[in-house]
Each structure stands twice: as structure tokens, then as C-alpha cells.
Design a binder for this molecule. Sequence first.
Ligand SMILES: NC(=O)c1ccc[n+]([C@@H]2O[C@H](COP(=O)([O-])OP(=O)(O)OC[C@H]3O[C@@H](n4cnc5c(N)ncnc54)[C@H](O)[C@@H]3O)[C@@H](O)[C@H]2O)c1
Length: 114
Amino acid sequence: MSAALSADRFAGKTAIVTGAGSGIGRASAIRLAQEGATVVAADVVADRLSELVAEFPDLGFITVAGDVSSEETTRRIVESAGPRIDVLANMAGIMDDFSLAARSTTRPGGGCSG
Ligand SMILES: NC(=O)c1ccc[n+]([C@@H]2O[C@H](COP(=O)([O-])OP(=O)(O)OC[C@H]3O[C@@H](n4cnc5c(N)ncnc54)[C@H](O)[C@@H]3O)[C@@H](O)[C@H]2O)c1
């Protein structure tokens, strides 16, 4: 079930979405823009941002290609957003199969399965 779209819920707001080229970030960027936000869409894969803009040319995405772990990229993202940032959706990351977590022997509270 998805909530009804409101065209002006984020009207006048500026949102930064990292990882906007795929998955959760892409979906968040689209939804925020559809609900009125000015969205700075950032991703390390430039082609994904081009595809996003090509698919949704009317949503006014401001795109920033680059690695968000670099200070240079984060500076460009913030500069692109302008004087005010209302929303930060930091979705950039690597979606793996969680196999490392499954192999972890650390337990909550600092215990260890040994
Ligand atoms: N999808 C899930 O069910 C799920 C569950 C728990 C946690 N997560 C975490 O949420 C995050 C996003 O998941 P997703 O499924 O949307 O992944 P995804 O792979 O579909 O999208 C991630 C996007 O982030 C971008 N990216 C990766 N590293 C970057 C960097 N250094 N700088 C800029 N962009 C970068 C990728 O290019 C990609 O477009 C991941 O960290 C993932 O581990 C996802």
C-alpha cells in the first residue's frame, strides 16, 4: 500500500538525495520531486543520473555526479542545494547480500558467540 501523492507536500523545500541513481535513493528522489521538492540528486554513477532525468524531465532534478565520501563532491552537492537544505536522504551505499552480518560473531551488548 502506498500513501496518496500530494503535489505540494514539499513545495518550496530543498532536498538532497544521495544514491539517487538506484533503489531506495532513486525512489525517494522521485517521490520528493513529485511532491514538490527541489531535489539535488547525487550518485557516483553519472549515467544513472542521466537516466533519471531522461525518464522524469519535468521533475527538475539538479544532478551531482561524484563519490559522496569525497569532500569535493559533498561541497558540490551542498552548493547545488543553495542557501537552505530542508531534507537530507542519505541513501548512497552498497547493497550486498548481508553475508558479512550473517557471519558476525558479535552479539548485542558486546558478547561473543565464540
Ligand atoms: N534495499 C534494501 O533492502 C536495504 C536494506 C537495508 C539497508 N540497505 C542499504 O541502503 C542503501 C541503499 O540500498 P539500495 O537497495 O537502494 O542500493 P542500490 O545499490 O540500489 O543503490 C545505491 C546507490 O548508491 C550509489 N552509491 C554507492 N556508493 C556511492 C558513493 N560513494 N557515492 C555516491 N553514490 C554512491 C550507487 O551508485 C547506487 O546508485 C545501501 O547502503 C544498502 O546497504 C538497503
